[in-house]
Design a protein around this ligand. Structure first.
Ligand code: FAD
Length: 558
């Protein structure tokens, strides 16, 4: 990677250089879909630029259930091809980035009168294993009542018949996106956040050949030119198609899903569970970093695409679902520490409710040549990127030579730890350097596991005196420096949400250290006091949105 090519304080020069070149490919949208396409294209030798109007992953790609999964429930809808394809991708995503993805045994309790009966679960999970090509040690097991309750004692006992036990993968969606984007940049892609496409640019024949882009942090505007343009804007794909005057035929229908985060002291779930709600929907409850998170809802949505938040009804729905399946917990709204809401960019199907609409992806091409990638899942990002770039390569044939897709066995940034089986050995080995940089053994290991093969780069930012001056723990100080200098974090919300996930899973750290982090970011990024105050207020708003339902804000709620 070119020095400072992905630095928060190098954004201006990135934008300048973007306007000087003609790229082979311009990708609009820096979620997992855009990041995947950028990596695929750059690694095939295409000169690639990516623009993202918010922070990378600030759209749907930081707001999912954070599972790399084949979508067991889609088998009920006979989406065999999609389950097979996406299911197979799970192992690839894991192998290429074991520091951001972990196998997670999932318990599917079976109840009298529930969605999944014992027989259908047994068959369904076997088909799932077969379609996804699951290795022997990870194939499904069927459990009797006693064994099911041993796995998760908090489950409702009434009507329990047993359980299915199978492997999914847990990830950090935003970190996955950032690591894919960093790898794309290592391959020479140019990527910029807070860079909004205002309009598309066309040549004399009406073919799309670039975009007019505004840097939303400086107000600067410029043109980015490219031989091919891909619209990877998730929930916004129709907005871009409107700009292109090609928004006819199939369209998106957005659906919102929320998750609640509860401390393990109130919801000591020991095992990930995929369960039926009272109204026969499927919900996940997943233990993670001392918390349990639960979701999701699935309701059609027409509100602000950039800032979906939970409502009181959403919160009640998920709390009711928890109390229905884990009756001893007796959770109330006071137990909710944090939350997030996301919107699914579903391809509309007449007469279907949100849960029934297919999650498959489609590529659309307009008369001007704009390529739109719509729908899909986080899990299938690599394959979606391969299909999209195959199309781009065919388009560019004769003008630009693109190589074959290489991403199947390619580590993402931080993933070069010698394969998934060696992550722990790698982390223990490299953690010694963190200790030498002044960290405790525990903090050092935590960083090694989190950043994988980039951990040594993070440790290099160790400066105990500076951390002390700012009142920050040394590991937090290192992480802020790394996020700003090497992951293009440009605002406090970027750091606390997309670079660390702290706003969801460690909101106390946000409250406790936000002042020190903002001072450090102000120094690194050269903000005026006014900008610093604005960014601090933006972070406070994000904390409030995570805690207080949107419709209760301003009515005296906490
Ligand atoms: C509640 C929920 C749970 C989910 N759970 C899972 C799961 O467990 N596993 C799974 O595999 N999938 C899951 N998904 C689906 C998955 O999250 C999405 O398919 C995926 O994140 C979509 O990524 P994307 O890059 O296409 O869209 P986004 O992440 O939304 O990225 C699009 C980006 O385009 C940018 N953009 C828009 N307009 C412009 C413009 N004019 N100029 C520049 N940039 C622009 C936006 O700011 C945005 O960041 C879930 C989705 C939801 C909502």
């Amino acid at each position: 990677m070119k020095e400072r090519a992905f630095a928060g304080n190098g954004r201006t020069s990135v934008f300048e250089s973007m306007q000087k070149e003609e790229y082979d490919l311009l990708v609009i949208g820096g979620g997992i879909t855009g990041a995947g396409i950028a990596l695929d294209a750059a690694s095939r030798g295409l000169r690639t630029a990516v623009v993202e109007m918010q922070d990378f992953a600030a759209g749907t790609s930081s707001r999912s259930t954070k599972l790399v999964h084949g979508g067991l429930r889609y088998l009920k809808q006979f989406e065999v091809k999609m389950v097979a394809e996406v299911g197979k991708e799970r192992a690839i995503v894991y192998e290429n980035g074991p520091h951001v993805t972990t196998p997670e045994w999932m318990l599917l309790p079976i109840y009298k009168g529930g969605t999944f009966g014992s027989f259908s679960t047994s068959i369904g999970l076997r088909v799932y294993d077969y379609l996804a090509g699951v290795k022997r040690s990870e194939r499904r097991k069927m459990l009797k009542v006693g064994a099911t309750l041993q796995k998760e004692p908090l489950l409702k006992k009434n009507g329990l018949l047993g359980g299915g036990y199978y492997v999914e993968y847990r990830t950090d969606d935003a970190r996955l996106t950032i690591e894919v984007m960093k790898r794309a940049v290592e391959f020479g892609a140019t990527a910029l956040n807070y860079a909004k496409v205002e309009k598309l640019v066309y040549d004399g024949n009406g073919r799309v050949c670039g975009a007019s882009v505004t840097d939303l942090l400086t107000g600067e505007t410029g043109e980015v030119r490219a031989k091919a343009v891909v619209n990877a804007t998730g929930p916004w794909v129709d907005t871009l198609r409107e700009m292109d005057r090609s928004n006819h035929g199939k369209k998106l229908r957005l659906s919102k899903g929320i998750h609640l985060v509860i401390d393990q002291s109130r919801f000591p779930l020991q095992q990930a569970v995929y369960f039926d709600t009272d109204d026969k929907r499927m919900v996940f409850a997943i233990p993670r970093d001392g918390k349990t998170y639960v979701g999701t809802t699935d309701t059609f949505y027409d509100g602000d695409k950039a800032n979906p938040t939970m409502t009181e009804a959403d919160r009640k729905y998920v709390l009711d679902a928890i109390n229905f399946m884990f009756p001893e917990t007796r959770l109330t709204e006071k137990d909710v520490e944090s939350s997030w809401a996301g919107i699914r960019p579903l391809i509309y199907e007449e007469g279907k409710n949100p849960s029934e609409i297919s999650r498959k992806d489609e590529i659309w091409q307009s008369a001007s040549g704009l390529i739109t990638i719509a729908g899909g899942k986080l899990t299938g990002y690599r394959k979606m990127a391969e299909d999209t770039v195959d199309l781009v390569a065919r388009r560019l044939q004769g003008r630009v030579q693109a190589g074959a897709c290489r991403t199947k066995g390619m580590a993402i940034s931080g993933g070069e730890v010698g394969g998934s089986a060696r992550l722990e050995t790698y982390a223990s080995r490299v953690a010694g350097e963190g200790k030498a940089a002044g960290l405790s053994a525990e903090a050092s290991l935590r960083i090694a596991r989190f950043y994988g093969s980039n951990a040594e780069r993070v440790y290099r930012y160790g400066d105990a005196a500076e951390a002390e001056r700012l009142g920050l723990p040394l590991d937090l100080y290192m992480r802020v420096r790394y996020a700003v200098e090497e992951e293009m974090a440009a605002k406090p919300v970027d750091f606390f949400i997309r670079r660390t996930g702290a706003l969801f899973f460690d909101i106390e750290t946000v409250r406790r250290y936000k002042a020190g982090v903002i001072v450090l970011m102000q120094e690194l990024l050269g903000w005026s006091d006014e900008s610093a105050a604005r960014y601090a207020a933006e972070l406070d708003d994000a904390v409030r949105d995570a805690v207080v339902p949107q419709d209760l804000q301003g009515v005296g709620a906490r």
